[in-house]
Design a protein around this ligand. Sequence first.
Ligand code: ADP
Length: 456
Amino acid sequence: MIPREEELIYRSRWIVRIRWLVALAMGLGVLGFYVLDLPYKTVPLLVLSAAVVGYNILFAVAARWTLMKPVSLKRVYLFVNLQIAVDFLALLAWIHYSGGPLSPFLPFFIFHLIICGLLVSATSTMVHACWVLLALIIMGICETEGLLPHYSPLNSGVTEPIDSYRHLIAVGAVTGAMFLTVAVLVGGIARRLRRREQELDEARRSCEKNSQQIQRAHSQLEKVAAERNTFYRMVSHQLRSPLTSIQSMVRLITSGNVEEREQIRDLLTRADRQAQHMLAMINDLLSLTHLKAMNREEQRERLSVPQLIRDVAERLRSMAEEKEIRVELDIAASIPPVEGIHNRVEQLFSVLIENAIKYTPEEGEVAVSSFLDDGRVVVKVRDSGIGIPAGNTDKIFEEFYRAANARKYTRMGTGLGLSLARTIVEDLNGTIEVDSTPGEGSCFTVKIPAASGTSE
Ligand code: ADP
């Protein structure tokens, strides 16, 4: 339900409540006239007070039953206008029995017009002001012409026509001017108030929306900060262990406890290996942080996946030959280019092919295939290696994670390669999946969208 409807329903119930008080005031007024022996027609005025109570019961019931949700704005307006019109009729009757156009209660029309202006539109207020004024003029004419009895409070309640039109014209002109001025003023003020209310409501809603966005951004920032802290902790932890072992080896040498050349050489070789490991890790970390901070539009170009795969395979040939591993390439004839950064995409295939060779025992096999599938360039790197333990296939993409069998198989590894690969693939709007059987081998599948306008 829109707020304007809600507000009108609330106000239509509010006038029902106010009317109980008005009816009570009318009854007490009549009692006052009687006690003070004022020259007013107490019986018709008392009947009128009872009538106000009677129709207010009807309005109260109607407000409860007919304004049940959902309800249209038009219906609520109609209901409110009807109540206002009936109230004006009751007031006209009260005026008639208390002196007609000469009644001292005429200013009550102004109160009612103000309420009317606050409830309905400026136009409706003006319409109400006009018809009530017209009814008053007709009442005055009828009471002057003797068509309606004139109950004069000035003349001890004697029922006789108004003596001349002069009174009528004077009262009519003042009342009319008052009515129209009040209708215009109240209508204008109410319109401005409503506009302000609407503006306030809109401002409140946009504030709520903004605060929700800020809250979301804040929790995202908190998440990023927490992730960063974990990352720093892991980096420090990973770098500390090779550094501590280098330190202890150097101390052993400098302490003079190890004197044999062979032993010293062995210690230095181990320290060098650890330093290499650290360097590899630092290089991977630098690539990873650079990738994450990279502007996505930076130096993109159309890249030939077959060419990149051949280059990487060639570079890793000696590594494969050392272990007598056969690396087979099966690349479809026409593969469209992909859009990316040359060094990054090359790094992606490097990680996958190097891992395949690294985790495959001697004389094993590595097969790299590539083809086009549904507008995406697919690259599969399959090996006959140690495989990945069940339940580890998601974890291996996390930073520093190394499966237990891999750690046992070789100490050479940083646990950062696949994390790098995943970041590169995500940057290319692609996907990376792994399928593996421990002891039999693994197959990594990368899917990258072909460069626009090239996949047909
Ligand atoms: P690492 O430097 O240890 O190779 P990666 O991030 O490249 O780091 O790989 C993470 C882990 O995923 C590896 O330690 C290993 O447990 C597993 N893994 C990756 N590729 C293979 C593969 N071809 N065969 C078996 N295990 C693999």
